[in-house]
Design a protein around this ligand. Structure first.
Ligand SMILES: Nc1ncnc2c1ncn2[C@@H]1O[C@H](COP(=O)(O)OP(=O)(O)O)[C@@H](O)[C@H]1O
Ligand SMILES: [Mg+2]
Length: 260
């Protein structure tokens, strides 16, 4: 089973957007996918207009079984475990647990029937993010085209290094550093892509041209739809399709003609 965590210590870089489109895109192509929101802000539920009786909070506390927390068929072949602001205090409530960084892995041990699990995360190296990274076998790091997003990505890679040192048997791999909010006409984008390309830790994983800036992504979210449902001819739809091609087949052919 592929387990892909979407992480960056910086907020607002497109983590939730990427996690939703990664999960929905792979499900649309026939994979059975579970999308898990590990950010207490609960944005996956907001974006897709979903409600759950039991959330990641109860699952991690051992108060709900996976079957109770899974919201089935939010799209064909796509299930979800949602989050809620109650999860902000999980760190404190799980303080007494042994091996609390691997609680998610243990709680999901009996869950099968999925080809891919996609994990959305919060912009912090907190207990929930550690749990995401210790459950995952691959990481996608979305990076906005500004200095703070790049710093957040560097901090993320440091955190991943730390995890590799502490748990070498986990075999956590970086799948892609994904540029987001790309606008080739601006100096900010050019400078950010140059910095990312030159970075010895991120350059080798940089997936160009990434996801272009596209207002339709905001409208899609406001309508609780994916970009393929809301604006299938938009540049974001094309770019996320190319990203899914890469994740599915390791192919990145750089197609790039459309409107937004
Ligand atoms: N490529 C993009 N172009 C324009 N807006 C985007 C793009 N990607 C994400 N957004 C918007 O930016 C905001 C933040 O994205 P989000 O995925 O929630 O970031 P994060 O989860 O990292 O905080 C959302 O309103 C989203 O719709
Ligand atoms: Mg988010």
């Amino acid at each position: 089973m592929r387990k892909i965590a979407v992480v960056n210590m910086k907020g607002g870089v497109g983590k939730t957007t990427t996690a939703i489109h990664l999960a929905a895109g792979l499900a649309a192509r026939g994979a059975r996918v579970l999308l898990i929101d590990l950010d207490p802000q609960g944005n996956v539920a907001h974006a897709l207009h979903l409600r759950a009786g039991r959330t990641i909070d109860e699952l991690l506390m051992g108060l709900a079984e996976p079957a109770d927390a899974i919201v089935p068929r939010i799209r064909d072949r796509l299930d979800a475990i949602l989050s809620h602001p109650s999860a902000f205090s999980l760190e404190r409530r799980l303080a007494g647990e042994t091996q609390r960084e691997t609680i998610l892995s243990r709680r999901l041990r009996g869950v099968n029937g999925y080809d891919v699990v996609v994990l959305d995360s919060s912009p912090a190296m907190n207990l929930l993010t550690y749990n995401a990274l210790l459950f995952a076998n691959q990481v996608v790091v979305p990076v906005g085209m500004d200095l703070m997003a790049i710093i957040g990505a560097r901090q993320t890679l440091k955190g991943i290094e730390e995890i590799r040192d502490l748990w070498p048997e986990r075999g956590l791999k970086i799948l892609a550093v994904l540029p987001t909010f790309v606008n080739a006409a601006t100096n900010a984008t050019r400078a950010a892509l140059e910095t990312l390309t030159a970075d010895p830790h991120m350059g080798p994983f940089l997936l160009q041209p990434g996801i272009r800036q596209c207002i339709d992504l905001n409208y899609a979210t406001a309508n609780h739809q994916t970009i393929w449902e809301y604006a299938p001819r938009s540049r974001a739809a094309v770019d996320y399709t190319r990203f899914i091609d890469f994740v599915e087949k390791g192919r990145n052919d750089g197609r790039q003609e459309t409107t937004c």
